[in-house]
Write a protein that binds this ligand. Structure first.
Ligand code: PLP
Length: 374
């Protein structure tokens, strides 16, 4: 990839800031985080709007908790699980045996893929969607029924339900969906779960559920509480800004959790547990992240509206928009401008997924997009 001059980029984008040039962004006066310093802000590095991270994290409290955990690094982490399990259980309104801590939600997705897919298990999933569970399961012999999204870019729930047979082991939902950012209508979702969860386990990937603004939107945890065949996954990677430290969890009936836990490979490390423990209590940062995400999404919508580029209103921390050119070409052109955009999501190859970032990064994206699209 062509070496990118961040200094030049800032100049052309018209947003030069001394702090940014030296690898830090001052957020003084905008509590709860004072300053971001990181290697990925050093001149010459790309602006990463490709992986739906939360660039404002980790919160000050999570950072301090990580530092404070150093002295406990000589211990195996199991003794620290209970504190986080207790907090998650209280938040979700379930008992601790309904929760499985995993190394990012990706490990939970893989564990479920292995548990239900191994040995010719059939899995039904929308397409495109977040693939981790399916690609992992395929390695163990699973057969995946990929059901194209409907004309509104939503999961085709009718077709997914129709495909369920006695061979179906798991039905995967991603809600809000990655890469489209779409949210299933609550009533359709309820009907689907009631119908399908009697026949197969329904897995609901809720990585982006914190960003849903619709009041009273149902979490799949409600179905878990009723004893349904449902697994929900959650993560500390998005709104909590902890993607690098790897903490997520699954919520399901205790018998399902027991079955899944047999396939877990890794422990959550002591620093990650400390970070998650602090983050889950940090309402100030949580709200701050939500509001930053909202304003950055608005900035992206405004740009796309101005440029007449179609996009899907998003319930996540990213926006999926139509460039009208192959993502391979578009991605390379944006990379030359210093902006790393989302990968290809076939068959929607002339669409692009752009993550929300720091406000200045979104401004840089806007400037680059205008240049690339002429
Ligand atoms: C829908 C979805 N699920 C899960 C993940 C993985 O997140 P984690 O960092 O918790 O492994 C992502 C990451 O982008 C995602 O988009």
């Amino acid at each position: 990839m062509e070496q990118f001059d961040r200094r030049k980029w800032l100049k052309t984008a018209g947003i030069a800031s001394a702090m940014t040039l030296f690898g830090g962004v001052s957020l003084e006066g905008k509590n709860p985080i004072k300053e971001i310093k990181r290697k990925s802000l050093v001149p010459g590095t790309m602006v990463r709007l490709s992986s739906n991270e939360n660039p404002y994290g980790p919160s000050e409290k999570a950072r301090q908790a990580i530092i404070d955990s150093f002295g406990d690094m000589c211990r195996y982490p199991r003794m620290f699980y209970d504190e986080l399990l207790t907090k998650i259980a209280a938040k979700e309104g379930v008992s601790k045996d309904h929760i499985l801590l995993t190394s990012g939600s990706t490990e939970g997705l893989k564990v479920a893929g292995l548990t239900y897919g191994a040995g010719n298990g059939e899995i039904i999933a929308a397409d495109p969607t977040f693939q981790s569970l399916m690609t992992y399961a395929e390695q163990f012999g699973a057969y995946i029924h990929r059901v194209p999204l409907d004309e509104n870019f939503m999961h085709d729930l009718d077709e997914m339900a129709r495909r369920v047979t006695s061979n179906t082991r798991l039905v995967f939902l991603c809600n809000p969906n990655n890469p489209t950012g779409t949210l299933l209508p609550a009533d359709d979702l309820r009907r689907f779960i009631e119908d399908v969860s009697d026949k197969a386990v329904v897995f609901s990937d809720e990585a982006y559920c914190d960003y849903i603004e619709q009041p009273g939107y149902p979490s799949m945890v409600e179905f878990v509480k009723e004893g349904a065949n449902v697994i929900a996954s959650r993560t500390f990677s998005k709104v909590y800004g902890l993607a690098g430290i790897r903490v997520g969890y699954l919520i399901a009936r205790p018998d399902i959790i027991k079955r899944l836990s047999a396939n877990v490979v890794s422990y959550i490390n002591v620093a990650a547990l400390a970070a998650a423990n602090a983050a889950i209590d940090d309402q100030e940062f949580y709200q701050f992240s939500l509001s930053k995400n909202k304003s950055c999404k608005e900035m992206i919508y405004t740009t796309l509206d101005e440029m007449g580029l179609p996009y899907l209103p998003s319930h996540g921390n990213f926006v999926f928009f139509k460039t009208g050119q192959p993502i391979s070409t578009f991605g390379k052109a944006m990379a030359k401008e210093g902006i790393e955009v989302g990968r290809a999501f076939p068959p929607l190859n002339d669409w692009c997924r752009i993550s929300t970032g720091l406000e200045e990064e979104v401004e840089a994206f806007t400037a680059a997009l205008k240049r690339v699209m002429g």
